[in-house]
Design a protein around this ligand. Structure first.
Ligand SMILES: [Zn+2]
Ligand SMILES: [Zn+2]
Length: 151
């Protein structure tokens, strides 16, 4: 009997995958209040039915666009949702305005869509996707990769 060819995922990896794919209860992915802070240019805030509260900046949301093109681009560049593109170091820094949407609209009862000022609008941000990428301290701590003990 040989174990050749069998690969064991590390414990951390298994935990991380289960955290990313864990089933969410219905109330956890149902928004109670949705605030798009367009005029302030701040971002999106959602109060969920289960009492949880999430907030994202527009810049973060633009880099987390869930359309096929952006997902593929992020995969190629090894970026996580919301992670900005690395700045080229060999060029003079150019000012680029932070991403902002012109408008936002509900998509059925399950998602929100942004019309970004750069012309992009293909991403449909489902409530479930947004809940899974919640940026609050609690959620990012849960899904954080284990790192060395900070001193
Ligand atoms: Zn996109
Ligand atoms: Zn959270």
């Amino acid at each position: 009997m040989t174990h050749e060819g069998i690969r064991f995922a590390s414990r951390e990896q298994q935990q991380r995958e289960s955290a990313e794919n864990r089933p969410l209860s219905r109330i956890a992915v149902t928004p109670d209040k949705v605030r798009v802070l367009l005029t302030e240019g701040k971002g999106l805030e959602i109060d969920w039915k289960d009492g949880h509260r999430s907030a994202w900046s527009f810049a973060w949301l633009r880099e987390a666009c869930p359309c096929a093109t952006c997902i593929e681009q992020r995969a190629q560049e090894g970026r996580k949702p919301g992670q900005p593109k690395p700045k080229p170091t060999n060029l003079l820094p150019m000012y680029t305005a932070p991403a902002k949407p012109k408008s936002a609209q509900a998509v059925g009862r399950y998602a929100i869509q942004f019309n970004w000022l750069d012309g992009h609008s293909g991403g449909i941000y489902s409530w479930e996707y947004l809940r899974r990428v919640c940026q609050c301290g609690e959620c990012t701590f849960e899904s954080a990769e284990p790192s060395g003990t900070p001193n």
